[in-house]
Design a protein around this ligand. Structure first.
Ligand SMILES: Cc1cc2nc3c(=O)[nH]c(=O)nc-3n(C[C@@H](O)[C@@H](O)[C@H](O)COP(=O)(O)OP(=O)(O)OC[C@H]3O[C@@H](n4cnc5c(N)ncnc54)[C@H](O)[C@@H]3O)c2cc1C
Length: 253
């Protein structure tokens, strides 16, 4: 059973006003500093002493402009690193163009946590039960990363390297989530299996995204995020993924 200490461990708390200052601090205290977005993962982890205590906590909240959601036909959807789960859940543009992302957001935690926690923090924490990941995987999203060496854009399936592990270096920050425009006549959905839906972490979370033209399945993508990365894979899903170009009914085994 997890033990929660009442007091947080000691650390220095800094609240930079600009992105450059935040990145400079992260680089200066390489390996001994952590970024703080909503804190809904980090603070419980610190109270549990579940992670090495950082010497410096860099709170991003005072940096303006990091919570934007924007969409256009060319560059697709852009989600800033401080965009809360609630903002994503309620965004008209996300609901219209990327409903599986909105569904994933609305199935996460309770409203209080959704008002504070961010999608970026959810994918940086990279637990196997993270609800944000499956929809982003099926939508072939990218993440923009910034560090001392500059910026790079990485496909989301290369971002995760294992349970609670990502390619992020200690001095790097996730700057943006980018979701390309979906092809016409495509649809997506996110389904979460949990004992009490949003009040529990997912046992299984599956997103599917497909494009169909005249009953023919042009493209099907399925993003799974099985709890514990058990390696168990559903054979029906696997064979369905191999069936683009088939009439939809015959593609379902
Ligand atoms: C009661 C409760 C219920 C929950 N239920 C669910 C649920 O149903 N589904 C689910 O998926 N999650 C759930 N969560 C977890 C969810 O709240 C978090 O994963 C949240 O999305 C993390 O975002 P945050 O802004 O709070 O991140 P933080 O806690 O601030 O940060 C998380 C980690 O990411 C790093 N980080 C944050 N932002 C960046 C960045 N821009 N660049 C680099 N690193 C960064 C931090 O250093 C830290 O290591 C729950 C949490 C609680 C407390």
């Amino acid at each position: 059973m997890a033990v929660f200490y009442r007091k947080l461990p000691r650390f220095d708390y800094v609240m930079p006003k600009t992105l450059d200052d935040a990145l400079a601090l992260l680089n200066e205290h390489k390996g001994t500093a952590r970024l703080l977005a909503g804190g809904t993962d980090l603070i419980p982890q610190l109270k549990q002493r579940a992670i090495n205590v950082p010497r410096h906590l860099i709170d991003l909240k005072a940096i303006k402009g990091l919570n934007a959601i924007s969409y256009d036909e060319q560059s697709g959807l852009r989600i800033g690193p401080l965009t809360t789960i609630s903002a994503i859940e309620q965004s008209p543009v996300i609901r219209e163009h990327f409903p599986s992302i909105a569904q994933a957001a609305s199935g996460m935690a309770a409203p209080q946590i959704r008002n504070r926690g961010t999608f970026a923090g959810n994918i940086c924490n990279a637990v196997p039960s993270a609800d944000s990941a499956p929809a982003l995987l099926t939508l072939e999203a990218f993440v923009k990363i910034k560090g001392p060496k500059g910026e790079c854009i990485v496909p989301i399936d290369q971002f995760f390297t294992g349970p609670c592990e990502t390619i992020l270096e200690k001095e790097e920050m996730l700057l943006e989530i980018v979701v390309p425009k979906s092809p016409p006549r495509s649809r997506g959905v996110y389904l979460k299996l949990a004992p009490r839906h949003s009040m529990d972490l997912a046992i299984v979370g599956v997103a599917a995204h497909g494009a169909y033209v005249d009953g023919i399945c042009k493209d099907i993508r399925i993003g799974e995020r099985l709890k514990l990365f058990s390696g168990v894979r559903n054979q029906r899903l696997k064979s369905l993924k191999r069936q683009p170009g088939q009439p939809l009914q015959s593609a379902i085994p």
